[in-house]
Design a binder for this molecule. Structure first.
Ligand code: ATP
Length: 234
């Protein structure tokens, strides 16, 4: 469904992604791992139209992603939940979700909001409260719920567990599993390697803007290979 072909991107003259190749099939959960500064966030940004490419290409569901902005990508079903995304603190939790589906027909929008709430009961309980009344962790879950309102075919989550308590981390991973069960693909950037591997089908590791490892998430020698990928040791 997603095919990334020798993708190059960077900031100004500084190249950050160097010939990235990656594929994701319908319904697959992929963990994207790698050390700080490897380019994981930049890859997500390049795919969702937030970072221009300087070479290579990518397609999603048979459509060329070149030149598409985040809204157009989301309309195709490629939805990016940005790291540290801020919710609207002054409007209600329910309105935060309604706003995420601002361009959908009203009946659709209501249905999708309820569906997103069904993944996060603790947020549904607070639907009438202001976004700013939620804890930091709950706001992060609300950001994921906003992504779900877009009914993604591929949801890209950038460190959804950052700053969450262990209980909330497990809740977010539970949502990833639930999405997988209903056939939604997930590209998960995560620092908690073991947690990420516990939900992933396959894993890619990026180091210095290059894919240095691609493997099944249950392969026996994966920890050793990941260590080499992270530290560059042979
Ligand atoms: P982390 O786990 O720390 O978030 P990452 O793997 O997501 O790291 P990126 O955030 O994509 O990595 O950063 C890759 C490289 O691009 C780093 O060297 C970083 O300094 C650089 N970079 C990121 N954002 C910008 C920016 N807005 N302008 C210039 N350089 C940037």
């Amino acid at each position: 469904m997603l095919v990334v072909d020798r993708l190059e991107a960077g900031y100004g003259k500084i190249g950050v992604l160097h010939g990235v190749e990656l594929t994701i099939a319908e319904g697959e959960v992929i963990a994207l791992l790698g050390p700080n500064g490897a380019g994981k966030t930049s890859l997500l940004r390049a795919l969702s139209g937030l970072l221009p490419w300087s070479g290579g290409g990518a397609s999603f569901a048979g459509r060329d992603l070149r030149g598409l902005g985040p809204r157009e990508a989301a309309r195709l079903g490629l939805v990016h939940v940005i790291e540290g995304h801020r919710v609207f603190t002054q409007v209600s939790v329910a309105d935060n979700l309604l706003l995420a589906g601002y361009d959908l027909p009203r009946a659709d929008r209501m249905r999708r909001v309820e569906e997103a709430f069904s993944f996060f009961p603790e947020i549904a309980e607070k639907r009438a409260e202001k976004g700013g009344a939620l804890s930091g962790g709950q706001q992060q879950m609300l950001a994921v719920a906003q992504g779900l309102v877009r009914q993604p075919r591929l949801l890209m989550l950038d460190e959804p567990s950052a700053g969450l308590s262990p209980v909330l981390v497990d809740r977010v991973l539970g949502v990833v599993r639930a999405l997988q069960a209903r056939g939604t693909a997930v590209l998960l950037v995560e620092q908690l390697i073991e947690k990420a591997l516990s939900v992933a089908d396959r894993v890619y590791a990026l180091a210095q803007g290059r894919i240095v490892l691609q493997a099944g998430a249950r392969e026996a020698d994966l920890p050793h290979r990941l260590e080499r990928a992270y530290f560059g040791a042979d």
